[in-house]
Design a protein around this ligand. Structure first.
Ligand code: PLP
Length: 395
């Protein structure tokens, strides 16, 4: 039997390879950071979600080590049986304070937070209206729920309004959007979404994974950017990007919603609690962001500088309000050749092309971090100019 399945997998693999969709992984042999070691080669990293540079922060590491000594390695339990320490509760409180929400529930990852948020709250009498470019975990979460599904074009408010009209006979309506869309770096127009939600009596859920720590003057996310703190029913996010980059996710928002998720959300009920050291380091990450705005400020200055210099050099950069800069190349092969050439210059970036982005919209995505120093940004820009000229992307 396995022989047949094995050849089936080999055919599928060849298909993927022929389509150029087979993924490779580079091995990093150092901590995650601005400067990394990739199997013996030093490179500047511009493709991590390490927006605030906390992935190798000494205060987070110290907090994690202390928790390791004082609270042990793992919980060997789900939360409701015997997997909750004071650290988990403290982290939930910190997250609620950060987003100005009423309560928070932790998950092993944001993938689980999104996977477990819809099914416990909504039924076939309800409707979910979802942005076409929402993250895979939102799409999967919606699939697990019986609510009716409506989709609107990316950040297209006219289409959202049409879909809200279509959903008008649903008992409850929930609009769902990513805060920042990961391939373009654009921010969801939450002000307009909120207006439409009011007009059509819908609730709003926003996934702040790429925006928390990044967007808004103090990094509180898209709700800060549009002055809507405390107004959005459901916010999901990850501890795996700006907030230290280890593991963990959360849903934060109205207390009755969080309370019901604790009772019914399957990835919470039937999956382990995050390790105490991760909770402790998470608490430290929120403490750092609350005690000073230095990292957020540095990230914003770095991003503005990078985008400005790249435009000056003649590159076509998608309008961005996040730390994601899409350097548009349009041609799939070119995006791969440029990324390889940049790696030879010691700049680690990734080229994306169809089907990850639309046809003829290939690009290199650059992710800026507070861990980057001016010298790192300049080296990246210089390498882009050198390789861009070589490939005829710029003059
Ligand atoms: C990264 C990401 C996730 C997944 O987060 P994990 O905690 O790594 O599972 C979910 N949603 C969005 C929008 C993301 O960007």
């Amino acid at each position: 039997m396995y022989n047949d399945f094995q050849s089936h997998l080999e055919f599928e693999k060849e298909d993927l390879q022929r389509a150029g969709l087979w993924k490779f992984e580079r091995e990093i042999t150092s901590p995650q950071g601005a400067v990394i070691n990739v199997r013996g080669e030093t490179a500047l990293n511009f493709c991590a979600n390490n927006y605030l540079g906390l992935a190798n922060n000494q205060q987070l590491i110290a907090a994690a080590k202390r928790a390791l000594d004082e609270r042990g390695y793992g919980m060997s339990s789900v939360r409701f049986i015997c997997g909750t320490q004071d650290l988990h509760k403290e982290l939930e409180q910190k997250i609620a304070n950060f987003f100005e929400t009423e309560d928070t529930i932790l998950y092993a990852a944001c993938f689980d937070a999104n996977g477990g948020v819809f099914e416990p709250l909504l039924s076939e009498r309800d409707g979910i209206i979802s942005d076409a470019l929402n993250h895979a975990s939102i799409i999967d979460g919606i699939r697990l729920c019986k609510a009716r599904r409506f989709r609107y074009g990316n950040a297209d408010m006219e289409d959202l309004e049409n879909q809200l009209c279509e959903a008008i006979d649903c008992r409850f309506r929930l609009i769902v959007t990513d805060g920042v869309f990961s391939m373009d770096g654009n921010v969801a127009p939450l002000d307009k979404i909120y207006e439409l939600a009011e007009k059509y009596s819908a609730m709003v859920m926003i996934d702040e994974s790429h925006s928390a720590g990044v967007v808004g003057r103090t990094g509180r996310g898209v709700t800060e950017r549009f002055d809507l703190r405390g107004k959005i029913e459901i916010i999901t996010g990850t501890l795996g990007k700006a907030f230290g980059g280890a593991i963990g996710g959360f849903t934060t928002g109205k207390k009755e919603i969080i309370e019901m998720l604790r009772q019914r959300s399957r990835p919470y009920l039937f999956s382990n609690s995050i390790p105490p050291m991760v909770a402790a380091a998470g608490i430290e990450a929120f403490r750092i962001m609350q005690s000073s705005n230095d990292l957020q400020d540095k990230l914003h200055t770095n991003t503005e500088y990078f985008v400005c210099k790249m435009k000056e050099a003649g590159f076509d950069i998608k309008p961005t309000e996040s730390a994601i800069c899409a350097v548009m190349l349009y041609d799939a092969r070119l995006s791969q050749c440029m990324a390889d050439a940049l790696m030879k210059e010691g700049i680690y970036v990734t080229g994306f092309y169809y089907p990850v982005v639309p046809q003829k919209q290939a690009r290199i995505r650059v992710q800026i971090s507070a861990a980057h120093e001016h010298e790192h940004l300049d080296r990246c820009i210089d390498a882009f100019i050198k390789t861009g000229r070589k490939y005829g992307v710029i003059q």
